[in-house]
Design a protein around this ligand. Structure first.
Ligand code: MEV
Length: 316
């Protein structure tokens, strides 16, 4: 049997993170410059039927049953087997390689889940439809993040620009004009689950204020959606910067992210904000195509450990 390989991209949140957990709209964009690749190789002559997991990027090399029961990789295998009404996999080796930074707001957990679900279902002879992949990846996100909105697994499964409201069918967003973003990694590792929990505690302390912030963030997402559809790209920058200020207010930014946002604005970007869970991880800057390289250089000189330039096409 030939090896099966499936891949999944990363993502950025253009606007609306955190508020998305409370039902406000948000917009997410897939990032194809980074990806998780999952390869499954049948090993019929192996001396144990316990699948070998090889994931060098997270320093993991062990048999499946050596992982704790709620380990996301073990849970993916279980959920996929349950769908097939099977209780074990044919003897195999599962290799997972990823170029996504972990704990950096680019969706590494959802990307791993999606790539693995696709590879396992293909290996078992019946590749799942996107709907099933998304549903299972959401279950795994709940293990990672506690109370996720579902935006990360959705954008990574469907690999399209999405307008997303928790608990509702998402809308594919088709921007009328292309636009360019610089993604800059602060180098600070930050777990989304922890920041989501911190916001939950602040929300419980002061519900009226936080409801107001989430509603303002939701208005920003709605305005950005309209601007994308109309192709008013230059208007989006100001809204992104406004979104960053609201994210600062709810306490999910940090000094380094603020420095990078200020640096991008100083260097002539049209708008900038943190992206994803915050407290570290990545920020994004909307730029004119011709200034992208210069702004990326500037962000690295301001302390970004890596930059990626993406051009978001028309039609999402
Ligand atoms: C993470 O990419 C986005 C958050 O809003 C969490 C979520 O929506 O699940 C921070």
């Amino acid at each position: 049997m030939p090896a099966i390989t499936c891949s999944a991209p990363g993502k950025i949140i253009l606007c609306g993170e955190h508020a998305a957990v409370y039902g406000s709209p948000a917009i997410a964009i897939p990032v194809f410059d980074v990806k998780t690749k999952c390869t499954i190789i049948a090993r019929p002559t192996a001396c144990t039927d316990d699948p070998l997991i090889v994931a060098p990027d997270i320093a993991l090399r062990c048999h499946l049953t050596c992982l704790v029961e709620n380990h996301p990789i073990r849970m993916v295998v279980k959920l996929v087997l349950d769908r097939f009404k099977l209780d074990h996999l044919p003897v195999c080796e599962i290799q997972i390689h990823s170029t996504l930074p972990t704990a950096a707001g680019m969706g590494s957990s959802a990307s791993t889940a999606v790539a693995l679900i696709r590879a396992l279902s293909t290996f078992l002879g019946h590749p799942f439809e996107n709907e099933v992949v998304n549903e299972l990846a959401f279950e795994i996100e709940k293990i990672h993040h506690g109370s996720p909105s579902g935006i990360d697994n959705s954008v990574i499964t469907y690999q399209k620009c999405l307008y997303f409201i928790k608990g509702q069918p998402f809308q594919l967003l088709e921007p009328k004009a292309t636009f360019t973003l610089v993604i800059a990694d602060s180098g600070i590792k930050s777990t989304t689950a922890r920041v989501v929990e911190q916001v939950r505690l602040s929300y419980q302390d002061n519900k009226p204020a936080f409801e107001q912030y989430f509603s303002e963030i939701g208005n920003v997402s709605d305005q950005i959606r309209k601007d994308l559809i109309l192709g008013n790209i230059s208007d989006i920058g100001t809204l992104m910067t406004k979104n960053h200020k609201l994210l600062q207010t709810i306490g999910v930014s940090c000094e380094k992210l603020d420095t990078l946002v200020a640096c991008a604005l100083d260097a002539g970007s049209l708008g900038a904000k943190l992206s994803g869970g915050g407290k570290g991880g990545n920020m994004i800057a909307l730029v004119n195509d011709e200034t992208a390289d210069t702004i990326a250089d500037k962000l690295r000189s301001c302390g970004a450990v890596n930059t990626i330039i993406i051009r978001v096409p028309t039609g999402g």
